[in-house]
Structure formats: C-alpha cells, structure tokens
Design a protein. Structure first.
Length: 291
C-alpha cells in the first residue's frame, strides 16, 4: 500500500512538472512570437516586465523573474509552500523560453492576427499552469492575499491591476497597442477558463420532487451518483425530497426528460459547477428513458 501511494505521488509530481513546463513554454511562445513583436502586452507582472524592458536595456526574461520574487515570497509566507514553489518553477521556465524566443522572427506582423492568436495561445499556456497548481503572475498571489483583507474579490483585484497596467501601455507603446492588449487579455481570460475548467463543463442539478425514490433509482440506474436531501414545502409544509447530482452540459436535456417522465410536477434547478472530483459510477446514456 505504501509503495502504491509513493508511486501515485511520484506520478502526480511528474505530471505537475510536465504541465508547468509545457504551459510556461506555450505562454512564452504566444507572448514572444505573437504579442510582443506587435507591441501588444499581457497584464500583471508580465505586462510590467514588458514595459520596463521597453524603457530599459534589461531584457524581459530578467525582469519577469526579478519582479516576481517579492510576490512569490509573499505567497510562500501567506499562502503556502506548494503554490510558491510551483509558481517560481513556472516563472523560471518562462524566463528560459523567453530568452530563446526573443531572438526568433515573429509568426505574424499583423496586429489583428497577433491579438487573436496570441491571446488564445497565452490563454492555453496559463490554463495549463493553473491546472498544474502554479501561477505565472505574482499579482494573482497578491490578489488572493488581499481578498482576505478587503471586500473585493480576487477577480476584481486582478482586473484593477491589469486595467492600470494595460492603460500604461498606451503611454509607452501607443493607444492602438493598449486597445489590442485589452482585446488579447479578454481572449486570454476566456481560453484560461476553457483549459483550466475543461471543455466538459459540469452542471449541478437540484431536483425537488414528491417521487424522490423513483427519480433517484432511475438516475442511479443510468450511472449518476445522487445525493438525497430532505426538505419541506414552504407553503403546504409537506415533506419533499431534494436530489443533488452533477452532469455535463450535454446531458442536461436528457436528465430533464428522465425526471419529468417520472414526476411532471418536479422542480429542477441547474447551475454551473467549476470543478468535480469523484462520486461517479459507470455511466450510460442519460438520454435513455428509465425502464
């Protein structure tokens, strides 16, 4: 058993390192072969590093490490060793690949194409790093820490930083560059969601029904893990059974058909779920009606 646990831990560590390495390399390629040659920047510490590289003789690969050091030290002290070490490793890999890519010719000199494809590529890279438990941007660590001190969310704090940084690009590069940078940042954020959450988007479902056992049995038969809760109607004060389960977005229509075929008066609430682990048994198509 101990050897099995060690093998799992080693495999997880290797996958983590691989994900951080590939993610940082992809991000660096999108940044240095698409965005930077067209005077388009990303937000956060990377954006600050690109601005400083433009204003000084020091290369971006040096700035990105130097600027992130205090942020990662804060992460080490306030948020734990794992995140700090993973983020530090990812930034070192980013610096290494940036040093190599800086000397290569850009893939395109069309700012529009660079914005679209560069934003997509860096989003994929950041998403892989996030899925591997790391970070390429020290401002995210600050945002997580500040979230515990102020009433603003992590996303709002990061957005504030990035609006300021991307706005500064208008003075250093040009206002066209600043506007292209905002578009690239928006595309990047969408790609991060796709990669970090996954294409197989999950939906949480709450079913309030008078036939809880029958609906639960039907869904269990289809391979869905169902949690049964007990509630009470607010008006009639009668007992209700509430079923909670998670499906992917393609299964929502079939689930509603299954539930309504058993209890046409049932109440169904469907909402987004950011992450799902475990709790599933062997699956069958949920579009099939129960026997």
């Amino acid at each position: 058993m101990l050897e099995h646990i060690k093998s799992i831990s080693l495999r997880s560590l290797l996958l983590k390192i691989l994900g951080l390495t590939i993610g940082a390399m992809i991000y660096s390629a999108g940044l240095n072969l698409f965005l930077v040659p067209n005077s388009i920047i990303d937000g956060g510490v990377v954006g600050i590093g690109l601005i400083l590289a433009k204003l000084t003789s020091v290369s971006f690969s040096v700035w990105v490490v130097a600027l992130n050091i205090p942020f990662f030290y804060l992460g080490y002290k306030r948020l734990g060793k794992s995140l700090a070490f993973s983020a530090t490793f990812a930034v070192i890999i980013l610096s290494f690949w940036s040093h190599l890519f800086e000397g290569m010719a850009p893939v395109t000199t069309d700012p529009f194409l660079a914005t679209i494809f560069g934003g997509m590529i860096i989003g994929i890279g950041v998403g892989l790093v996030i899925r591997s438990g790391g970070s390429l941007d020290g401002t995210e660590i600050v945002a997580i820490w500040l979230d515990r001190q102020v009433s603003f969310s992590v996303g709002e704090i990061v957005m504030f930083f990035n609006i300021f940084i991307l706005g500064t690009a208008g003075f250093v590069f040009s206002w066209n560059s600043a506007m292209y940078s905002l578009v690239a940042y928006f595309i990047c954020s969408k790609m991060i969601d796709v990669v970090s959450v996954g294409l197989d988007e999950s939906k949480g479902v709450l079913v309030v029904t008078d036939n809880g056992d029958a609906v639960s049995d039907a869904l269990n038969h289809l391979g869905r893990s169902v949690t049964l809760l007990y509630g009470q109607g607010g008006y009639r004060k009668n007992e209700k059974k509430v079923l909670y389960l998670v499906v992917n977005r393609l299964e929502v229509t079939g689930l509603k058909q299954v539930v309504h075929s058993i209890d046409p008066q049932s109440f169904i609430s469907i909402f987004d779920v950011s992450e799902v682990q475990g709790g599933f048994t062997k699956r069958h198509s949920i579009s099939h009606q129960p026997d």
